[in-house]
Ligand binder design. Structure first.
Ligand SMILES: NC(=O)c1ccc[n+]([C@@H]2O[C@H](COP(=O)([O-])OP(=O)(O)OC[C@H]3O[C@@H](n4cnc5c(N)ncnc54)[C@H](O)[C@@H]3O)[C@@H](O)[C@H]2O)c1
Length: 350
């Protein structure tokens, strides 16, 4: 039985907690939360943009900590699952790894590539796994696209465009803080930066154009250039000033003999498929794959199943690997740099 301690019971801590209840071979043995009400099991104030609303929970049998250091010192725990605000990820992950735990950390891995390197070094030294919660490849539409690309059935990958746009989340107090969240580049676009890295490898250069809010990227378009491949890859992301469409994401991926496309948005409180997952092939056929209904909670089930597989077998995860997550942070940092400088920026590895 893998014994897990969850650090931070907010929206994601609750999502992870509920998801572990659906999995065999793992048990949430401890929780750490600074809010006494949440620590006592009153999760009624917790509500995200998907999944169930928080309820009063019976946490009998779960060791509860109000101090992160005390939970990290709990020798009975195998894994620390970090669902804290991003500004705390690096320090807590490093402390957990030094205490001999495997770490599963929510995205973004950290706020700077330097912190990601410190985390990776701590994992290597402790000989423990460092996995990062990039759930997007477990969403049915993205899982389908990844599988189609990997299969090679429609030939080589040529490029793609990726879109992730939200209304300004003015109810999140720290969203526009570089020290606490990193703004839409690290909170939002990181999902696509990671998916682009997964599909195409590391870009050699990025060119971004868009708006800044203070020092943070607000809304932008980026072109990704690759050294060894003539891929044509672009992404649009950020926040715009409207509150009617809180969220939109989608993609169009070009293969030699087919195009994969998908677009989903939330208008008011209603999620609408603007373009259901569609494959357009070179014979003129228009196909719609049969995918599950796309409840995001099921994507987390797939993600956590993969986390447990990696921990059980000791074999790293090709999708949730810390190095990939670190590359996504590097890409985002270079995108912001390009936006600020108004010119293309080399990516490299630092
Ligand atoms: N994968 C996704 O789709 C997705 C969605 C939302 C959030 N996230 C990520 O999950 C992480 C958490 O986001 P969230 O929305 O759950 O945040 P949140 O603010 O709802 O929850 C964070 C919790 O951590 C607690 N906390 C903060 N500092 C603490 C400390 N020192 N000791 C103990 N508890 C402490 C807070 O009290 C809060 O309950 C972020 O990295 C975010 O980017 C991922």
């Amino acid at each position: 039985m893998i014994r897990i301690g969850i650090a931070g019971i907010g929206f994601m801590g609750m999502v992870h907690y509920l998801t572990y209840q659906r999995l065999r071979g793992a048990r949430v043995a401890a929780l750490c939360e600074q809010d006494p009400k949440r620590l006592a099991g009153d999760w009624r104030g917790i509500q995200g943009n998907f999944g169930p609303a928080g309820e009063k929970m019976d946490l009998t049998g779960i060791t509860r900590y109000d101090c992160l250091g005390a939970m990290l010192a709990d020798e009975s725990l195998d894994v620390i699952d970090i669902t804290l605000p991003p500004g705390l990820h690096a320090e807590i992950a490093i402390q957990a790894l030094r205490a001999g735990k495997h770490v599963f950390c929510e995205k973004p891995m950290a706020l700077t590539p330097r912190d990601c390197d410190r985390m990776a070094a701590a994992a290597a030294k402790a000989n423990r796994l460092l996995l990062v919660g990039h759930v997007l490849p477990f969403y049915p539409e993205y899982a389908w696209a990844y599988k189609m690309v990997q299969s090679g059935k429609y030939g080589r990958l040529l490029g793609g465009s990726f879109r992730r746009v939200i209304s300004d989340p003015n109810w999140l107090p720290h969203f526009w803080s570089a020290e606490q969240s990193g703004g839409p580049m690290l909170d939002l676009h990181i999902h696509d930066a990671h998916f682009i890295r997964l599909l195409f490898g590391m870009p050699a250069k990025v060119t971004s154009q868009g708006r800044l809010r203070g020092d943070l990227a607000e809304f932008w378009h980026t072109q990704f250039h690759f050294a060894d491949h003539p891929y044509v890859v672009e992404a649009t992301s950020g926040t715009i000033n409207q509150q009617g469409r809180s969220f939109e994401h989608g993609f169009e991926i070009h293969l030699e003999r087919a195009t994969l496309a998908f677009d989903f948005a939330v208008f008011g409180n209603e999620g609408r498929m603007l373009l259901e997952p569609t494959l357009l092939d070179d014979k003129g056929r228009v196909k719609h794959p049969k995918l599950s209904d796309g409840d995001p909670m099921d994507a987390f089930l797939g993600e956590l199943r993969e986390i447990l597989r990696a921990i059980r077998t000791g074999k790293p995860s090709p999708v949730l690997d810390g190095n990939l997550a670190r590359d996504a942070i590097v890409i985002c940092q270079k995108q912001t740099e390009s936006l600020r400088k108004g010119r293309p920026v080399k990516v490299g590895t630092k």
